[in-house]
Design a binder for this molecule. Structure first.
Ligand code: MG
Ligand code: MG
Length: 248
């Protein structure tokens, strides 16, 4: 069942979203050559503590950190640890926060120092896919319209859309119905209405979109070793269009 949220509930998710945006800022500043992925997680954790917010990642099916930190060929669910970020890497930061029981969830991919033009293009196209999907997240549209909007700039760029992992509804749980695929067909699927809140999160690969999960049971990498980018926002559908809750 797809639960619709009222204005008070969305206001709490907006507060959680502001914490997530602040966590991203802190992680971005920490993503310098020589930093470990654990350093980024620590930066995110400090923000949660300062804002008296809870983590929806820590302990989720046993996940050991407050952020997924996913460099280069890691698409999603990277476990923070000793891996050292190097100049020219890209790194995805996916984290969330809970305020008074209401969740927000967002992801960004950032450069570590100066990156090559193809990595920059990969990040730019993935961000464009998210923005395109958000613009389609309006009452009266269908879920397939959101997916088709996400997929279109990726296909034009010749990159790959990951199909095994998708966005989701969000509210008092991080993952609620419905699934939000990053591909079409347009005109199909659930009809969107005001009060529905979605975490929209295109994952895009520079090479083929096939994925593989490492033996740790979490880390999802590109099967061909190509780089991947991931951008996500928590978005509320209002009578006045989409409102991004995870942006300051
Ligand atoms: Mg996320
Ligand atoms: Mg998510």
């Amino acid at each position: 069942m797809v639960l619709r949220k009222n204005a008070n509930q969305i206001a709490l998710m907006r507060r959680a979203g502001a914490v997530v945006a602040e966590m991203h800022d802190a992680c971005t500043r920490a993503a310098v050559p020589g930093a470990t992925t654990a350093d980024l997680d620590r930066a995110a954790h400090e923000v949660l503590d300062r804002r008296h917010a809870r983590s929806n990642f820590l302990g989720y099916h046993g996940f050991p950190a407050v952020a997924c930190i996913s460099p280069n060929e890691v698409i999603v669910h990277g476990i923070p640890g000793p891996r050292v970020l190097e100049e020219g890497d890209i790194v995805s930061i996916d984290c969330g926060a809970i305020i008074e029981g209401w969740h927000a969830d967002a992801a960004i991919t950032v450069p570590v120092g100066a990156v090559d033009s193809e990595s920059q293009r990969l990040m730019d196209v993935t961000r464009a896919a998210l923005e395109s999907a958000i613009a389609a997240t309006v009452a009266g549209n269908r879920l397939g319209d959101v997916g088709a909007a996400a997929e279109s700039p990726v296909n034009r760029a010749g990159f790959g859309v990951v199909r095994e992992y998708v966005g989701h509804g969000i509210g008092t749980e991080m993952h609620e119905e419905p699934d939000v695929p990053n591909f079409g067909p347009a005109g199909r699927g659930l009809k969107l209405r005001a009060g529905i809140v979605l975490a929209i999160e295109p994952m895009v690969t520079a090479g083929r979109p096939a994925t593989r999960t490492l033996d740790d049971g979490w880390t999802v990498v590109t099967a061909d070793g190509s780089r991947a980018a991931h951008f996500e926002h928590t978005v509320a559908i209002t009578d006045n269009g989409p409102e991004v809750l995870t942006r300051l």
